[in-house]
Design a protein around this ligand. Structure first.
Ligand SMILES: O=C(O)c1cc(=O)[nH]c(=O)n1[C@@H]1O[C@H](COP(=O)(O)O)[C@@H](O)[C@H]1O
Length: 233
């Protein structure tokens, strides 16, 4: 599977989203719709972006009891998205239930990936707030292994953890990696970050980039720089 840059469209309206995407002209980048945009606009925003020709990662990070996640995924599967996600900490049973819910009658489904540890979480916060004493990389690899056992297609992790995840789960298990910044960018609330070029070197399959593109003085240039650094020519 080819590497791609996914733009996190963290906007609060379809107008703002379209205004941003129109700057990119005829190109139709892979986009991520997160909670902010989906809660503001609902399923219509997915349909609109699909109609415009974008691939869509619907990032709602489901985390609930298996039955609830299964039923919610049944609804989401009708939206025609290309990728969606759950939290791996919801357990293997929950991930399996989500995966089953996504399957259409003919067995087809979008990619399903699991969030391991959020890229804003430091080793210290994980220990103090979540009471998880293991090393971050080990925790991420363990959650990734659980996702693989549940039959998922991959995980969300930091690019820094892509080699470990591929080592444990195999090269075809996807690493979808936010926590990406250009060297001179502000990290903001992200903790486990690296550049698009380094993410490529570390073997990430997709990078998810928000503010380094959307808040850049020249978002088109920033997107092109991500593609230049990350995507195989
Ligand atoms: O699931 C995600 O997409 C996600 C998981 C994670 O661990 N960290 C993370 O940043 N994200 C999302 O990736 C995007 C990163 O945005 P920026 O920090 O602006 O590049 C945001 O939309 C986050 O919701």
């Amino acid at each position: 599977m080819g590497k791609d840059v996914i733009i996190a469209c963290d906007f609060n309206s379809s107008e703002e989203t379209l205004h941003f995407l129109e700057k990119l002209g005829d190109s139709r980048p892979y986009v991520k719709i997160g909670m902010e945009l989906f809660y503001a606009e609902g399923p219509d925003i997915v349909k609109m972006l699909k109609m415009r020709g974008h691939k869509v990662f619907l990032d709602l990070k489901l985390h609930d009891i298996p039955n609830t996640v299964n039923k919610a995924m049944r609804v989401l599967s009708g939206l025609g998205v290309d990728m969606c996600n759950v939290h791996a900490s919801g357990t293997i049973d929950m991930m399996k239930a989500g995966l089953e819910g996504l399957k259409a009658d003919d067995g087809s489904r979008p990619l399903l990936i699991a969030v391991t540890q959020l890229t804003s979480t430091t080793q210290e916060r994980m220990q103090n707030d979540l009471m998880i004493d293991e090393d971050m990389e080990k925790v991420v690899a363990h959650y990734a292994y659980n996702a693989k056992v549940a039959g998922l297609d991959g995980v969300v992790c930091s690019p820094l953890e892509s080699p470990k995840v591929h080592g444990v789960c195999g090269d075809t298990f996807l690493t979808v990696t936010p926590g990406v910044r250009f060297a001179d960018d502000d990290k903001g609330d992200q903790a486990r970050v690296t550049t698009p070029a380094k993410a490529k070197e570390l073997g990430s399959d997709y990078i998810v980039v928000g503010r380094s593109i959307t808040a850049a003085d020249d978002p088109v240039k920033a997107y092109e720089r991500c593609v230049e650094e990350f995507v195989d020519k």
